[in-house]
Design a protein around this ligand. Structure first.
Ligand SMILES: [Zn+2]
Length: 256
């Protein structure tokens, strides 16, 4: 089906008459997610969140375009698991930068990077782009959008392939979930209190957490929880995109 907000399906005939204020660039990863979730988990759920949010925004302000999801992410710390694919942050930044410059050449000056993988970090890139160009770039890690309501939906925290990610997968693509083969998701704790408390941080080699590349218990996941969280998150992101599309870039944007 041709969707006017979807760059993959729209066409030159439609684009010729259309002005876009906001572009949404989803970013994912291809990596192990416990034993029961697809390698494409971050690619698949992020694509869904981006598409749903753009569709919702379009209904209120038809000037939002959804780009195809970048499938690969920063995954060097998960390479111990078969066929996890890693691209460096520098390579990813170069790609994202070129995409943003292409969008600018087409007159789009508001870009939202909708990120679905914790290993990707665009903070420095965004700072640099906004110093180098007149494009305004925003980043959203979609899984954090409903954090204030997380406890009203889920019973246990999720870091990687736990209750939240499994619930989202059950809601969106249950045929790709093999829950019977899931490991516990229990990680080996850090030996240092500072790391356990979180005020000292490091990058974790996931093979040292457990043998199934997971950090979070998937056993209480359900499609219904996944749907509730996705509705919350997509609604909020859709509202933000519509609001962003409706605002003029003036000298104080995005403040005041
Ligand atoms: Zn994930």
């Amino acid at each position: 089906m041709i969707e006017p907000w979807d760059l993959t399906t729209t066409n030159l005939g439609r684009l010729a008459d259309q002005h876009f204020e906001v572009a949404v660039l989803p970013t994912g990863a291809i990596e192990a997610h416990n034993r029961h979730l697809p390698e494409g988990q971050d690619f698949l759920h992020t694509t869904h969140v981006a598409r749903t949010s753009c569709r919702l925004a379009w209904e209120r302000c038809p000037s939002v375009i959804c780009l195809p999801t970048i499938p690969y992410g920063v995954d060097c710390n998960l390479l111990d698991f078969p066929l996890t694919i890693h691209v460096s942050q520098a390579a990813l930044d170069a790609l994202v930068r070129d995409i943003i410059l292409s969008l600018r050449a087409h007159g789009i000056r508001k870009v939202v990077i909708l990120n679905g993988h914790g290993g990707n970090c665009f903070t420095a890139l965004v700072r640099q782009i906004q110093c180098d160009t007149d494009v305004h770039v925003f980043t959203v890690n979609w899984w954090t959008v409903g954090r204030d309501r997380y406890d009203s939906v889920f019973e246990s925290p999720d870091d990687h392939a736990g209750e939240m990610e499994t619930s989202v997968a059950l809601a969106l693509y249950p045929d790709l979930v093999e829950l019977a083969s899931a490991g516990s998701g229990r990680p080996k704790p850090f030996r240092f209190e500072a790391l356990r408390r979180g005020w000292a941080r490091t990058s974790r080699r996931f093979a040292r957490l457990n043998d199934h590349c997971a950090c979070g218990d998937p056993s209480r996941a359900s499609a219904e929880k996944g749907r509730r969280y996705l509705d919350l998150v997509c609604g909020r992101i859709g509202d933000f995109l519509a609001e962003l599309a409706g605002q003029t870039i003036d000298s104080q944007f995005p403040h005041g």
